[in-house]
Ligand binder design. Structure first.
Ligand SMILES: Cc1cc2nc3c(=O)[nH]c(=O)nc-3n(C[C@H](O)[C@H](O)[C@H](O)COP(=O)(O)OP(=O)(O)OC[C@H]3O[C@@H](n4cnc5c(N)ncnc54)[C@H](O)[C@@H]3O)c2cc1C
Length: 485
């Protein structure tokens, strides 16, 4: 056993979440060590990235590197769902179909360049909280045990090494996937298809490779041994109109398709159920990426969500380490973001599943669509105001509106800001168009006209922004005609 080092921050795992949180913290001046068990590039599922990943890559200054890496750029996805075949075209820029080995390696390299110390291939075998504060990590480097102590621990290990009580979201799902070369399926787009009791997804990759995946209820496969997994998987693929070409295959140089075309390696089975950690953050530990919230793969948003959480977590940890009096405020900010991710994701997934449940009565789809209707009802707390914002009428703040303190991000720190609460709002709102709302609302007096308000706000915001904010408030009935005037 070798002597241990003590460092400020230890990051467990070098996937998208680990690399991005490590990079940002190093850029904010912290000492960061990252421990990754695999040598990169290593294979990893999760290759379809929607265009929403691009602004995150911009924030990390990594867009150019990713755009030059030769990944495929789909403008659309082919979707056979809810009884109809449709093409979903992305608005604006195309998404990315990445080789995750290469993508994750580029993220890790960027973290190294930012000053992160990387231990690789080194496995963390256990993490223990020390009585005197901080953590002790047991590491395995080529069979040898080493110790590392850190003041703050970031768990970005995906499946989680640090004790983590988790709750499942929705029903359990198992993914079976294999890679196919020269499958005969052309085009850079993902294909998604629903069947009676399962669904299919494929992602084309560079070098004429395709990842073809089948999502099933785990009970369907219970009792099937490793030797029969490929047979079961092939049998399911035969039922897919979009992915079945994998099974016959078309060699580029050979006009005759080979009989019994085979995947390039064994079929992998992995858990694809959505879940979340019940303890995402404390004063010396934060969980990021899948270790915090594992999304249902139907959304193709796992990587984007992991990076987005990493950027938020970096600010939370930076605040906790540099301003201890704001430690709990920062932790609360992170808990609220985790809750939002869960709610938004569950709402989206159950709606999407409900489209298929409407045309297939099987238990598989009904269970996945559960909660959809209840969710829809809670959306309609108040109907939006449809009449135009009146010019010469006297206005007032709605009596049910109130102010509440909210943790928010300001620059590289978490701070507290006043936010506006109202039954028509899903959550308190601190900013509209990046402008702090409550300081403006505090200037309102009952009986002000539109012109009065724009004039009052003019030393803080341009008139055009004022009008847009007022319109936003009016639509949500947060301002109304003042009775009695
Ligand atoms: C079937 C399936 C399909 C999916 N498809 C998509 C998709 O199309 N698009 C999408 O965006 N997402 C998809 N996802 C989700 C996506 O793969 C994950 O959300 C994403 O990889 C999470 O990133 P992460 O950094 O949190 O974890 P990971 O990417 O899993 O990284 C964790 C890292 O930690 C390392 N590690 C683990 N334990 C240890 C240890 N003890 N010591 C040291 N290192 C350790 C691992 O080697 C790994 O490199 C899919 C998931 C599944 C299951």
């Amino acid at each position: 056993m070798s002597d241990y080092a003590r460092v400020e921050i230890g990051v467990l795992g070098g996937g998208p979440a680990g690399s991005c949180v490590a990079q940002r913290l190093a850029e904010l001046g912290h000492e960061v060590w990252l421990i990754e068990q695999s040598l990169f590039p290593r294979p990893h599922i999760g290759e379809s990235l929607t265009p929403a990943i691009l602004p995150l890559l911009d924030q990390l200054e990594l867009r150019e590197i990713m755009e030059e890496a030769g990944f495929l750029r789909p403008h659309q996805a082919i979707i056979h769902w809810g009884g109809e075949l449709r093409i979903k075209t992305y608005e604006g820029e195309p998404g990315l179909q990445v080789d995750r080995g290469r993508f994750d390696q580029l993220l890790l390299e960027s973290a190294r360049e930012a000053g992160v110390e990387i231990l690789q291939p080194v496995r963390v075998t256990s993490a223990m909280r020390l009585d005197a504060g901080g953590w002790q990590l047991n590491l395995n480097r080529a069979g040898r045990t080493e110790l590392l102590q850190c003041e703050y621990l970031i768990d970005a290990s995906g499946q989680s090494v640090v004790a983590n009580k988790r709750k499942r979201l929705g029903v359990a799902t198992l993914a079976l996937y294999g890679y196919w070369k020269n499958s005969g399926m052309t085009g850079p787009e993902s294909r998604v298809e629903a069947a009676e009791n399962l669904w299919f997804w494929s992602a084309p990759l560079p070098d004429n490779l395709i990842n073809a995946c089948v999502f099933v209820d785990p009970k369907t496969c219970s009792g099937i041994g490793r030797d029969h997994l490929e047979g079961f998987y092939r049998q399911q693929l035969q039922g897919s109109s979009l992915l079945a070409p994998c099974l016959s295959g078309t060699l580029v140089d050979n006009p005759m398709p080979p009989v019994n075309h085979s995947p390039t390696g064994p079929i992998t089975a992995c858990n694809a159920s959505a879940s979340y950690s019940e303890s995402p953050v404390s004063e010396d530990l934060i969980r990021v990426g899948d270790a915090c919230v594992t999304l249902d793969p139907i959304s193709s948003q796992g990587v984007q969500s992991a990076i987005s959480m990493a950027l938020q977590a970096a600010v939370v940890v930076h605040t906790q380490l540099s301003l201890s009096e704001r430690g709990e405020l920062a932790a609360e900010f992170y808990r609220q973001r985790q809750q939002e991710t869960i709610t938004r994701h569950q709402r989206w997934a159950s709606r999407f599943y409900a489209e298929q449940a409407a045309v297939t009565a099987s238990e598989f789809w009904q269970a996945r669509a559960a909660g959809h209707e209840a969710d829809g009802a809670s959306d309609l707390t108040i109907s939006p105001e449809t009449t135009p914002l009146p010019r010469n009428t006297q206005l007032m703040l709605h009596p049910a509106a109130s102010f509440t303190a909210l943790p928010i991000l300001k620059g590289d720190l978490v701070t507290s800001a006043k936010a506006l609460s109202h039954p028509s709002l899903e959550r308190p709102i601190a900013f509209v168009e990046h402008i702090e709302l409550v300081p403006l609302i505090e200037l309102l007096t009952t009986g002000d006209t539109l012109e009065d308000i724009v004039e009052k706000w003019s030393h803080r915001v341009p008139a055009q922004s004022s009008l847009r904010i007022l319109h936003w408030l009016w639509q949500r009935r947060l301002i109304q005609r003042s009775s009695g005037y």
